[in-house]
Design a protein around this ligand. Structure first.
Ligand SMILES: *Cc1c(COP(=O)(O)O)cnc(C)c1O
Length: 370
């Protein structure tokens, strides 16, 4: 794969892209794939059958473009989110795209007027998409333990006056939650500087904290991003969405590509919504498994950041993170080196995968001590 050193001179690549590398979480077949926060539970037979039936129906119309406005899907998402949050939304408050990464890109294309601020460490795609859309990214500061000092964050917003302020809650890669009262403070600050507060709630269904979507009626500059990729166990279908004031949705139409969401994607996501109870049934067991993995890590003498998501960030091992990561991979266990000194992130898998991870880790740590 290409890197900064060998782009040919004839290739008129934008200068800012030249030193960059493509997003590339390793996709290698292993016995336990615990690196991208996917949901380990495959679709049920009933869901597979329902999807297959709908795809067969839609296939007969593939000579036509899909519904550009994804009306049925957005109405379904509005109903789902209204049920989740207890606040009434309709399709005018919803937008959907091919994964929440496309949602994030659309936000930058529409609103990336000046700078964007986020608090590191957080989701690496926020700064990456800022960069490729030529928006200045400002690395906001957290406390040393990665928790968010909200008063300091508010000051950073007021000082930098970003057009976009990003908050991920539960945060990736830490799993920690920003309370709704704190989100409210940040919403006020973002509005005061004429910006938008973008709350990435990719892991919201794993957390009991109130959604920032409940703030939109009062603070129309709050945008909430969700995805079917994590709790919803539907990463392969590529469906992300956002909840916002109607005028935010109107503005996003200016940058969406025509017919961006295929008829197949829309149909399949609609079917998934009708199976939402079943798809979300795994959430409780993943939370229970998270507690088991956390206890297991603590027994190995490791430190764990308290998580309200389907992954854990841990530290306290006395070898470089990339070496430990490789030794686990050699044993068929793929976790994530998120680039934080002395820390690794593990996604919660099935009970068997989690046990395989813990016993491989115990072996690797024991060898390291010899
Ligand atoms: C996984 C993740 C996403 C997801 O993206 P999709 O494109 O919807 O699969 C978005 N935000 C955060 C914080 C994530 O961890």
């Amino acid at each position: 794969m290409n890197n900064s050193t060998n782009w040919p001179a004839w290739l008129p690549l934008r200068d800012l892209l030249k030193p960059m590398s493509p997003y590339g979480a390793p996709q290698v077949p292993t016995s336990a794939q615990l690196n991208t926060n996917e949901n380990p539970f495959a679709p049920s037979k009933a869901l597979v059958a329902a999807i297959t039936k709908r795809v067969a129906e839609v296939s007969a119309t593939l000579n036509r473009y899909p519904d550009r406005d994804a009306i049925a899907l957005r109405a379904g998402l509005a109903k789902y989110i209204s049920g989740q949050t207890g606040v009434a939304f309709d399709l005018s408050n919803l937008w959907a795209a091919n994964g929440s990464n496309e949602i994030i890109q659309s936000i930058f294309l529409a609103f990336g007027r000046e700078s964007a601020l986020g608090f590191t460490p957080s989701y690496s795609m926020h700064p990456l998409i800022a960069k490729v859309t030529s928006v200045d990214w400002l690395d906001g500061k957290r406390r040393d333990d990665h928790s968010l000092d909200v008063a300091a964050a508010v000051q950073q917003v007021l000082a930098a006056k970003p057009t976009l302020t990003f908050i991920t809650t539960p945060n990736n890669p830490t799993g920690s939650v920003v309370k709704i009262s704190e989100i409210t403070e940040l919403a006020k600050a973002a509005a005061a500087v004429g910006g938008l507060l973008v709350v990435d709630e990719a892991y919201a269904e794993f957390s009991s904290e109130t959604s920032a979507a409940t703030l939109i009626a009062q603070y129309p500059s709050v945008i909430v991003i969700r995805t079917m990729s994590k709790a919803f166990a539907f990463a392969g279908a590529r469906l992300g969405y956002l909840i916002a004031d109607e005028r935010v949705i109107d503005a996003l139409q200016l940058v969406r590509l025509p017919y961006h969401l295929s008829a197949i994607t829309q149909a399949v996501a609609e079917v998934a919504l009708s199976f939402s109870d079943e798809l979300l049934a795994g959430v409780d067991s993943l939370i229970a498994q998270r507690e088991i993995v956390q206890t297991g890590l603590a027994k190995l003498g490791l430190s764990i950041t308290p998580s309200a998501a389907n992954f854990l960030l841990f530290s306290g091992f006395n070898q470089p993170a990339n070496q430990l990561w490789q030794k686990l991979l050699d044993r068929g266990i793929l976790i994530r080196d998120v680039g934080l000194l002395g820390q690794l992130r593990v996604t919660i898998g099935t009970a068997a995968e989690n046990q395989a991870f813990l016993s491989a880790l115990a072996q690797v740590l024991a060898e390291g001590d010899q």
